[in-house]
Design a protein. Sequence first.
Length: 366
Amino acid sequence: MGRIVNLSLIIILLVLVGSGLASFYAIFIGGRNVEVPSLEGRSVTEALDEIQRLGLLSRVDEIDSSLPKGAVISQWPEAGAEVRKGKVVLLKVSKGSKQVSVPDVRNLDYERASQQLREAGFVVGDVLRIRDDRAPAGTVIAQSPAAPALVPENARVSLLVSSGSAGGSASTAAVPDVRGKGEDEARRILRSVGLRVGGVSYVYNAMTAPGIVMEVRPAPGTTIPANGAVSLIVATDRKPQTQEVASSPKPVIPGQAPQAPQAKVGSKETEPDLTPKPLPEPEQKKEPQAKPQEQPAKIAKVRYVVPPLSKPLALKMEMVDARGTQTLLDREVKGGEYITLDAPYAKEAVVTIYLGGEFVWQERYF
């Protein structure tokens, strides 16, 4: 009886050892070789299915990357290597970059919009300036991507900026009224309309806060060449060393012409001048010459494919040329529609497309 038990134990032991040796051979020595496929750039789900189909094992490590989330960045062993079944394939998969919301900088002046984008971690991309009757010069009209889209950090945000009224000339600019504003703000406003500060004179004025612009030369409203120089007279609280006692000028209020100083009673300035003076000759009014109206001589071929939509949205197309701003299309559209328009324009034109009230595309025609 004892001999039978010993024989049974020996048989069981041999079976276990044989199974272990067979498994070891199948995994490390024996078995059919398989070729590792190319998995880089594919989705992690697709890569894992392929690995399992070949009888291989997998290990996934997620790392930060600019590639889309779930994309295979690298693999080991490399594609084309021959390995035994059961071999582990290591995959490095993208976690995707951090997504942040784009701030809405529309209706801000260009400098403030740029600063706000940079503070939020974005890069100011392409800046296109067009003439627009509805927005002051230097104002951001639209942006792409539109707010509050989620985009990767350090993404580029392109801006559409107004260069002023379409009725003006691109080679001239009107001097803005910056009286009553701070010097820094006045400089920014002048830059936004394409002008520069030619010089700054600091004049003592006890009635005006230091740093406030009291006068502008040329006068506000004067049309001068683009990039022309504008001089500023700014108030200061520093009295000149050789200054006689005099009445301080009144503070300048924006929109009002400066008042002439009143003469003191009893001074020579109050004595009337009785010397007869010749009457000025009446000025002959010159009739304004009518500007020849720009005639459209070119055709803008506008082509746009509406992206897939879950519901119809309003599509608006606007064109700005030398004649002004006009609406080419304003209606609801469905996803997949192909819009084609042929619009005549004068000189050059900019066509802007809004979908659902958001800026999506812009094209310039010359």
